[in-house]
Design a binder for this molecule. Structure first.
Ligand SMILES: [Zn+2]
Ligand SMILES: [Zn+2]
Length: 369
């Protein structure tokens, strides 16, 4: 039990986030209790709220938590109370992919992150009446405290709570965007690169492509403030899909793209992105389908030497990749903090609305301030 624990609970599909007192189990053998300092709002939280991920309600969402370890279970060895941690996706640690350091390919990824329960069918979080609450990504960090597995937690060296809160989005959106570029696409100097959708994932991909020396760097979006941010972060060209013919502009800038990242999940945009690829171009698809899982098909067949693939978490190993991104950030080469606006946790519904409208690229909720 964690006295005073509160969480933003969603009671029904599409319902609001409402803060309630919750009960949290003591950590099991491989689990830890974290006092949450900050948690990013990701589009996957919104898709889950809206019932696109088969979430069982009531649920506590939130999967970009960062905070300070308060308690650890008896088998925990890597983190100790007092450590600052960024929480990322869960993985089993036992399958062949996990053992070779590729946890994003974990064979039980969906069960662990979206199943809402531990492997034994219990949830470590309950409402005040004792009703189980779905455990999201094994962390449910839209809450003052999160119970998670040690494997989800990446120890980080933060200067204090304020810096720790800035690191929160590294757990999912920033890692996914940067990871698909640096771990999967691997563009080289002078390769053309475009992002379709300049939100957190797209702009993180763009910053990573810049790190890799790709050029030109093109951002496509429908929100002018996001396109301005893209240009500030190093995009060489910005295309407003509401006002310009995307295909013609892309063809004029880089006929036949070498690399692309699609983050909107919309069939029409995926189609556009595939048509923009060069004969040996590669496209990573990272969007949560706006229409639901059934629509996850390529609207257009790629050419024989083209590559189009769905990326999960940018094929990242959080234990290595998140500290790497923090180093790049400290060196000024990966300024992902520019995407963030912080909100008091009580303003979670405003933060979600601002994320949907695009006014805020990455809302981070602050807890305990
Ligand atoms: Zn695994
Ligand atoms: Zn996410």
């Amino acid at each position: 039990m964690t006295p005073g624990a509160r969480a933003a609970v969603v009671r029904r599909r599409g319902g609001p986030f409402e803060f309630e007192d919750i009960r949290i189990d003591d950590p099991g053998p491989d689990e830890i209790l974290v006092r949450v300092v900050g948690c990013g709002v990701c589009h996957t939280d919104i898709a889950a709220r809206d019932g696109l991920l088969e979430t069982i309600f009531p649920a506590v969402l939130g999967h970009e938590g960062a905070g300070v370890v308060e308690k650890v279970g008896p088998r925990v060895g890597r983190v100790r109370p007092g450590d600052g941690v960024v929480l990322s996706f869960g993985s089993c640690g036992r399958c062949a992919h996990c053992r070779e350091g590729r946890p994003a390919r974990c064979t039980t990824f969906d069960d662990i992150n979206f199943g809402g329960r531990r492997a034994d069918g219990t949830s470590p979080i309950q409402d005040a009446a004792g009703t189980p609450l779905s455990w999201f990504f094994g962390q449910s960090s839209f809450a003052s405290h999160a119970l998670t597995r040690e494997r989800n937690a990446v120890p980080v060296d933060a200067a204090g709570d304020d810096e720790l809160a800035v690191f929160a989005p590294l757990g999912c959106g920033v890692q996914a965007g940067a990871g698909t570029v640096l771990n999967e696409l691997e563009p080289g100097p002078g390769d053309s690169f475009a992002v379709f959708g300049a939100g957190t994932v797209g702009l993180s991909a763009l910053m990573a492509a810049r790190l890799a020396g790709a050029s030109p760097l093109i951002a496509v979006d429908v929100v002018s403030s996001r396109l301005e941010t893209a240009l500030e972060l190093g995009a060489t060209h910005a295309i407003d899909a509401r006002e310009e013919n995307v295909g013609e502009r892309l063809a004029a800038i880089a006929a036949g793209l070498d690399y692309g990242v699609e983050t909107t999940g919309r069939s029409s945009v995926i189609d556009q992105a595939i048509r923009s690829l060069g004969p040996r171009g590669s496209l990573s698809l990272l969007g949560v389908s706006a229409e639901g899982e059934d629509e996850r098909v390529f609207p257009q067949t790629p050419g024989p030497r083209q590559q189009v693939f769905y990326s999960i978490a940018g094929d990242s190993n959080p234990q290595r990749f998140i500290p790497f991104l923090i180093r790049c950030h400290r060196e000024g080469r990966f300024p992902f903090d520019r995407l963030i606006r912080q909100y008091p946790a009580a303003e979670i519904n405003e933060a979600v609305a601002d994320s949907i409208s695009g006014v805020t690229i990455k809302p981070v909720l602050r807890f305990g301030v």
